[in-house]
Design a protein around this ligand. Structure first.
Ligand code: AHG
Ligand code: MN
Ligand code: MN
Length: 323
């Protein structure tokens, strides 16, 4: 049997790459890794256990119906990060405001985490891949109380980011700004194992991913780009779970688009916990991400739940549509 590297080992091996104190990032990633395993267990029960599937009966701040698993995943990640102690606060899709940890250990934490605890939640009940997205920043001032400003840093200031995909297998993929590495969960031993070292994405690819039902609502340049994709006989692939669409395109090459529409002139996806983390990751894999004009990672955020149009994936394709 060839030697297996577990995620726990890998994090320790590579912690010297991290520009702040060693150990801190390891502990943060440990919290995320643990919570994701519990979410994975719960996701796999969907369909069997009544209290997992379906709507939770409330809406989040964006007026979207929360699913039971959205709420559960959110609690699991918030609790795991609080228990670890390196994180002093969390911004989540499922919470109107930032959560500031009050326990003594977490208060001293030097990092804030932004997350989409369950991405693609409309796909939970129909057995289609879903995910978790996370983004980690160093707080602005270790000695001042954590405020919303700590969460409003541009994506270029991220110290780590990644996603978990709960799919035909469960994978955790992350970057600390030194390339991208992917780990597959071996369910028989409950351990993430390095399966995709040094992931890179092709500069061009055969896939375009967009909700084409909105075609007549896109601006002309985007419509023309989509027309060209068809003329080139490219493959249209759209799951409706951003993480899953992104992961496939990262592996195979392609572009994912969620452009502005006449109904949603700022697009649908959220800058801080959907666009930024995957923009950081795609750049680390050799790809690119823009809002149609500007680089996603350069945008100065103004609101916690701010939306942005998004074009992300293979570099040449993103450049072409962003001209
Ligand atoms: P979430 O489940 O976290 O609210 O995210 C849903 C997002 C994203 O995952 C997906 O790509 C997109 O919404 C799909 O939107 P449309 O149904 O409008 O295509
Ligand atoms: Mn999402
Ligand atoms: Mn979500």
């Amino acid at each position: 049997m060839s030697r297996i590297t577990t995620l726990a080992e890998f994090i320790v091996e590579r912690q010297a790459e991290f520009k702040y104190s060693t150990g801190e990032l390891s502990r943060l990633l440990t919290a995320i890794r643990l919570a994701s395993k519990i979410v994975n267990r719960e996701v796999n029960k969907a369909g069997l256990v009544e209290d997992i599937i379906g709507a939770a009966g409330n809406e989040n701040v964006q007026g979207e119906e929360q699913q039971k698993l959205d709420v559960l995943a959110n609690e699991l990640f918030i609790n795991a990060l609080r228990n670890q102690g390196e994180c002093c606060g969390v911004g989540s899709e499922e919470n109107d405001d930032i959560i500031v940890y009050e326990n003594e250990r977490s208060k001293k934490g030097k990092y804030v985490v932004l997350m989409d605890p369950l991405d693609g939640s409309s796909n939970i009940d129909v057995n289609v891949s879903i995910g978790t997205i996370f983004s980690i920043y160093r707080r602005l001032d270790d000695n001042a109380p954590v405020t919303q400003a700590d969460f409003m840093q541009p994506g270029s200031a991220q110290v780590a980011a990644g996603y978990v995909i709960y799919g035909s297998s469960t994978m955790l993929v992350y970057t600390t700004g030194h390339g991208v590495n992917g780990f597959t969960l071996d369910p028989s031993i409950g351990t993430y194992c390095l399966s995709h070292p040094n992931m890179t994405t092709p500069s061009n690819g055969p896939i375009y991913s967009v909700n084409e039902g909105n075609y007549f609502e896109f601006e002309e340049g985007v419509r023309k780009y989509i027309d060209q994709c068809k003329q080139k006989r490219m493959s249209a692939r759209y799951i409706g779970s951003f993480v899953a669409d992104f992961h496939r395109n990262l592996m195979k090459g392609g572009i994912y688009m969620y452009p502005a529409t006449t109904k949603a002139p700022k697009g649908k996806l959220r800058l801080l916990y959907e666009a930024n983390p995957l923009a950081f990751l795609v750049e680390q894999a050799g790809g690119s991400a823009t809002d149609g004009k500007a680089r996603i990672l350069d945008i100065q955020p103004t609101e916690l739940h701010q939306r942005t149009p998004l074009f992300i994936g293979s570099k040449e394709m993103v450049e072409q549509v962003s001209k």
